[in-house]
Design a protein around this ligand. Sequence first.
Ligand code: 0PR
Length: 398
Amino acid sequence: MPSETAHTTSRMPKQGLPQNTIIQELEAKLQRDFTYSSGKILCSMCTDPHSFAKQIYRKYLEKNLGDPSLFPASAELEHETVRMLGALLSNPQASGGIVSGGTEANIIALWAARNLDKKMCGEVIVPVSAHYSFDKACDLLNLKLIKVKLNRCFQMDVKAAEKAITSETVAIVGVAGSTCLGVVDPIRELSEIASAHNIYLHVDAAFGGFVLPFLRELGYEPLDFDFRLPGVCSITIDPHKMGLAPIPAGGILFRDEKMSEAVSMKVPYLSGGEMNQSTLLGTRSGASAVAVWALLMHLGRVGYAAVVERCLGLTWKLVEGIQRIDGVDVVVEPTMNVVGVKTGTVDVGLVFQELRKRGWAISLFVDYLRIVVMPHTKSSHVKRFLEDLQIILDNLRK
Ligand code: 0PR
C-alpha cells in the first residue's frame, strides 16, 4: 500500500505526521539537489555558508528587522554591520541595510537615484554585462534601461556610456565583478563622468565586494571601485556570495544618510512610535544581519583575505589547466574567481551538455562557459573537472 508520504505531496495531511517520518521523506525528496560538498557546483556565486554564521543564524531566527521597536538591539547590529561593510569599501560613514540579496540592493539603489532626481521616470545607463536585476528594477520603477556596449576587455565602454547620457538620465551603473566574467568596469572613469554631469553612480559589487578589497594585500593588481571615488553614490555588496553568509544576505550601502532617506517610508503604528524604513521588504530577517555581523567579527580582514587567496589560487590553477587542454581557452584573463571558457571549433553547447551528463553544474553564456571558483571548491574538484573536460573534448573531436 502506498504510504501517505510516498508520492508527490499536493495536500496538507489531515493528521500531522511524526517529525522523523517527515525528515526521512525530505532526505529522499531532496536527493536530487546538487550539494556544494560534492564539488560539482562550479556555476554558483553562493556557497556553503560558514559554520559559525549558520550557528548564529539558527540562534536568532525570530528576529525581525521589519520592527526595530521590538528588536532595537538587532537593528543596532545591522547598523554596525553596514558601517563595517562601509569601512571595507572605504567609507565607515555609509548608511544602508542588510537586505535579501543583490537584486533587492540594486532595486533600492535605482529607487533612491530616481527619487533623488525628483522624477517618476527617467533613464538608467548600464553595461550590457549588467545583471538582470537591473531589468527588473527598471521595470518596477518605470525607468528606461539603456544598455551600452563593452570594450575589448569586456568592460563597460566609457565613451559609449558618456554618449548615452541625456537630460533623462537618473543613474549610471558600473559593475565591479560582472556576473558573466567577473570583470570590473572602469569605475574611476565612470565616477569622473558621473561627477561632471552630476549624475548618480551606483556600483554593483554584489560579487566583487568581498574580493576586490583584498587584492592589494594578496599581491594582485588593485582596482578602484569603491567610495574612495567621489562620484560613487551607492554600492551593492552581497554577504551571501563571497561573504560566506547564509542566504538571504545582500547589502546596499549609500555614501551618506541623505541618499538612503530618498527611499525612506514612515511607519507610524509600531510599538515604539513612528519609525522609518528604507528597505523594500517589510518583515525581514534579523538573523541574516546578526550572522553577517558575527562572521565579519570572527573572520576579520585576515580571514576574508585568506578565503579570497585560496579561491584566486585555485582559479589560476584552473586557468593553467584549461590552457593546457587543446581546443579550449579562457575568454579573458580573470580579474577574480570567475572564469569564462571558450571552446574554439567544438560546439560550446555540446561541451556544456556533456559536462552536465558527468554531473558538473556550470553556466552557459551563449558562446562560452562560466566557472565560479567558490570557497567550497577544492583542488581535487578542479583536477577532476579538467580531466572530464579533456575526455569530453577528445570524444567530441573523434
Ligand atoms: N549583481 C550581480 C553582479 C550578480 O552577479 C547577481 C547574482 C546579482 C546582482 C543579484 O544577486 P541576487 O541573486 O542575490 O539577487 N549573481 C548570480 C548569477 O546570476 C546569482 C546566482 C547565484 C545564480 C547562485 C545561480 C546560482 O546558483 O550568476
